[in-house]
Design a protein around this ligand. Structure first.
Ligand SMILES: Nc1nc2c(c(=O)[nH]1)N[C@H]1C(S)=C(S)[C@@H](COP(=O)(O)O)O[C@H]1N2
Ligand SMILES: [Mo]
Length: 246
């Protein structure tokens, strides 16, 4: 995510609550079972490990809460974004007809999809809440195609463990593990509240990861990369947690 720094805000709380020694033990156990998130280090890191490991063991198969239509927020709040680059504006003027989502990396059949292509695939909708780490949230209906469908479509190789996705905004790349990438609620969204996804909310395409905090739901996505490790990606998250479960 972009370069805002509030390192340790959440993990400091977790660490304080759990007690440092208990957390350190949990971190050791988590390391043994492959449950250490990739940017974990130090005492804060141990706190993050505890959160991630707990979530992964207890909630791997759970779903984010879905809401009735009447709960959709009347005034959803679009968080501000850095100025969109010139190539975005050119694509926007063309009604996003030339927008492409490339899906490659560890895939037997890498592909490049237009928004129209994505709309021709099986459609999924969900009414979920997006929550920013800064404290606000809103509920909306998102429409799109399941990320898992795209993973199948490009024939993701069995060694894939992480999925990265990049925005046309150069600072915005995020990564998730397969528990979230193949989760039925993780969508590549092109619609919101029965309309095209508006630009302030990430149109024409955004990732929706409703089991994690808002910054994992990257807007204006152009590239999805399937990988077996995270070394080539920035997992510093601008000081926030890599695993932002909610
Ligand atoms: N490309 C891009 N994606 C982004 C952001 C951004 O600035 N640029 N902000 C993130 C953050 S911090 C949050 S909380 C959500 C906000 O989503 P919203 O604008 O629909 O409220 O988008 C996320 N995705
Ligand atoms: Mo956010």
């Amino acid at each position: 995510m972009s370069k805002i720094s509030r390192r340790g805000f959440i993990t400091a709380g977790v660490t304080a609550t759990a007690g440092v020694s208990a957390v350190a033990v949990a971190a050791k156990v988590a390391g043994h079972y492959g449950l250490v998130p990739p940017n974990c280090h130090g005492v804060y890191g141990a706190g993050e490990t505890l959160t991630y490991a707990t979530q992964r063991v207890l909630t791997r198969h759970t779903t984010a809460r879905e809401f009735p239509r009447g709960d959709i927020s009347q005034k959803p709040f679009a968080n501000s974004v850095d100025p969109l680059p010139g190539n975005f504006k050119t694509l926007q003027q063309g009604g996003f007809k030339d927008w492409r989502l490339v899906v490659d990396g560890l895939a037997a059949k890498p592909a490049s999809f237009s928004v129209e292509d994505l709309k021709s695939f099986p459609t999924d909708t969900q009414i979920t809440e997006i929550a920013c780490e800064e404290g606000w949230s809103y509920i909306a209906e998102w429409k799109g195609v399941k990320l898992s469908y795209l993973l199948d479509r490009v024939a993701a190789r069995p060694e894939v463990r992480y999925v990265a996705y990049k925005s046309i905004q150069p600072d915005w790349t995020e990564t998730i593990d397969m528990a979230d990438a193949s989760h039925p609620q993780t969508l590549v969204a092109y619609g919101m509240n029965d309309a095209e996804l508006p630009v302030p909310f990430g149109g024409p395409l955004r990732m929706r990861v409703p089991r994690q905090l808002g910054y994992k739901s990257v807007k204006y996505i152009t590239h999805i990369i399937l990988a077996d490790n995270l070394k080539q990606f920035d997992t510093s998250e601008g000081g926030y947690q890599w695993y932002a479960g909610m």
